[in-house]
Structure formats: C-alpha cells, structure tokens
Design a protein around this ligand. Structure first.
Ligand code: KG4
Ligand code: ZN
Length: 347
C-alpha cells in the first residue's frame, strides 16, 4: 500500500510517500520560516499564498524521490485539521484533486493524531497499532495536549493548554528576549549557554479546579502558558538583562518552566493508569531538555518512551501518510465530502 501524504496546516508545505504505514520512501518539506520571520510569527495570508505556489513542486518531488510514478499511488492522504483554514485548504484541495485525477481514495487525517504517530517512525520503534494504550503528548506551535490512544478508537484528550501552546510560549518569549523566530530553537540555544539560573523562577501555570475553561478535563493534566509570558515580561521590566550571560540565564529558567510543566503533567498521567508507551510529537519535541526530562519521567514510570527523529518532529507529511497507512482517518466518499476543520477535535 503506497500512500502519498500532503500536509499544509500551518507554514510548512510537505508531501511524502510511505509504504505500508512505516517505510518512508520520501519526505519533502518546504518551510516558510524565512517568509514569516520578519513578523515574528506566521502570517496566514502569506502562508496560504506560499502553499499555493509550492504545492505542485513539493508533491512532484515527493513522488520522484520515492522512485515511483503517480499511477503507483494507492491512496492520497491529507491533513484536514486542526490548523489555519486558508493553509489547510490548499493541501486538502490538492489532495482531493489528485485523488479524483488518479481514481484513488482520499484519506483525511487529524494533524495532532499524526504528530503522535510520528514517534513511531523512529528506528526500532514498534508499530503504534501493536501498542495499547498509548499516552501521547503533542506539543507544537499550535497545540499542547496529553491524549490517551487505545485500540483503534480515536485518541481521547486527557489534558490540554487552556491558552497558549508550548511552542507559542517559546516563540513569544524569544521575541521579548530579542532572540528571533522561531523561538524554540533560539531559546534552547541561549539556555544551553546558561551557567547558573537558580535565582530565576517562573510559574508552572497551576490551574484551579473551578477554571471554566477546563470543560470537564482534569486540572492536574492541563497547562496554562499565558501567565508564564506575563511573568517574563514583568521580570524583564524589573531586571533588564545585562549582556548575553543574563539573557541565557533567563532563557534557561523560562525553558525549565515549560519543560517542568509538561513533564509533571505527563508524570501524573502515567500514574493514573498503566500505559504501554509514551509517545511524543510536535515541533517542541525537538527540545533537548524536554526529550531528556520525558525520557527520565518514562524511565521512572517503567514505560518505554518514543520520540520522533528530528526530521519528523515538526510538521511533515510522512506522519500523515503513516497514520493513513495504518487505517486511521476518514476515507473514501466520506472524506471527499469533508471540508477543512480548523479547530478539529479527535472525536
Ligand atoms: O510542529 P510544528 O513545526 O508546527 C506546528 O504545528 O505548530 O511546531 C513549531 C513550534 C514552534 O513554536 C517552535 O518554536 C517550536 O515548535 N520548536 C521548539 C524547538 N524547535 C521548534 N521548541 C522548543 N525547542 C526546540 N528546539
Ligand atoms: Zn503541527
């Protein structure tokens, strides 16, 4: 089963060919980072225009790199949500058109679910469909969620951010610290230079049980990162950093607050019931401090942890074709009738 995957939910135009769910024959990612960097964040109008320009070449390259012909493709998979409406529309429409032209089924995939699946593209990882239940952590610029995936059912949200996503928290802090965009890698790089940051503490974003935004979710498994951003702003007003060393210390303390918040929630979730694996995905899963901390959390819980290879941490289409390849998503006529869903939930 050869699946062509297409991903355009945010600011990466991506296409990939995956055989039988796990054998990645090609993965092409065209990033728009340079286009959005002057604005310090993704500008939706610029993103969709760039997707339109790039999608034909990206798809063609994915097919060529895989060493196959368009006629060999068995199904076309694409992200239909969550994400930016105008970005999603480009990839999903291209996938619909290709599916019709090739006379092959369309498979519509949930982007956050695909980020969790990306953890199983690591060398030596088992196939996700052989592992159940899985605790998933999806952390990127647009989402931060802890999910439980069991059997063939749709993953269930156990906890999520009530405001900013973890990646967004990195990006906003980086802007405040003058470290550039995207913020995650910039903060990580600065933090690695820090010597001692024990004197700087940022809040972990504890959530009270009567917070109306919880919507029935467990407050101990939810996150809030908007207070962290405010705490940073206040800190910088009171203690303007003098020189690179002080910026590094603030970046390290800020990164620690995010990593600590994510790791303690995951540790709590792992205590609630027995999971067969912890799977992490999304752009923030590139963060070295987070990878190390989650590996430690999983080790002390006695649960194997799977982290995506760096090339599949951020948005990519291999994870889309992979998820479609193991039979997840909406397929065939039902998929053709779908529109993109910017705030798509799992169920
Ligand atoms: O998954 P992704 O490429 O796109 C979305 O679906 O949002 O994630 C992008 C996010 C950005 O916010 C970026 O700052 C963050 O991932 N990120 C990182 C690192 N590399 C990228 N965050 C922390 N540490 C990193 N090394
Ligand atoms: Zn993503």
């Amino acid at each position: 089963m050869l699946i062509l995957g297409i991903e355009t939910s945010c600011d990466e135009t991506a296409a990939a060919v995956v055989r039988d769910g796990y054998e990645v024959l090609s993965s092409v990612i065209h990033t728009q980072i340079a286009l959005h960097a002057p604005y310090g964040g993704v500008v939706p109008e610029i993103a969709s225009r760039s997707h339109i320009e790039m999608i034909p070449a990206v798809i063609r390259k994915a097919v060529e790199d895989a060493g196959i012909a368009f006629g060999d493709i068995d199904a076309v998979a694409a992200t239909y949500g969550p994400g930016l409406a105008s970005s999603l529309l480009v990839g999903f429409s291209a996938a619909k058109g290709l599916a019709v032209a090739l006379g092959r089924p369309l498979i519509a995939v949930n982007h956050v679910h695909a980020h969790i699946q990306s953890a199983f593209l690591a060398d030596g990882a088992p196939h996700s469909e052989d592992v159940s239940p899985i605790l998933g952590l999806a952390v990127s610029g647009g989402h931060s969620a802890i999910v439980a995936a069991e059997g063939r059912g749709a993953p269930r949200i156990l906890g999520q951010t009530l405001d900013d996503a973890a990646g967004e928290a990195f990006d906003k802090a980086s802007k405040m610290l003058g470290l550039g965009y995207p913020g995650g890698p910039a903060i990580q790089k600065a933090a690695e230079k820090a010597r001692d940051f024990s004197g700087i503490h940022f809040p972990a974003g504890r959530i009270s049980s009567d917070n109306p935004a919880l919507g029935g979710l467990d407050p101990e498994l939810c996150f809030s990162f908007s207070g962290l951003k405010t705490a940073l702003r206040v800190w910088l007003e009171r203690n303007p950093p003098k020189g690179e060393g002080e910026v590094a210390a603030v970046a390290a303390a800020y990164q620690e607050a995010i990593v600590g918040a994510l790791a303690t929630r995951v540790a709590k979730a792992l205590k609630r019931r027995r999971y067969e694996a912890l799977a992490v995905g999304g752009g923030v899963s590139l963060n070295a401090a987070l990878r190390a901390r989650l590996t430690e959390v999983a080790r002390s819980a006695g649960v194997p942890v799977f982290l995506p290879p760096p090339k599949y941490c951020g948005d990519n289409a291999a994870m889309i074709a992979s998820l479609a390849g193991i039979g997840r998503g909406v397929s065939g006529v039902a998929a053709m009738g779908l529109d993109v869903v910017p705030n798509l939930a799992f169920d």
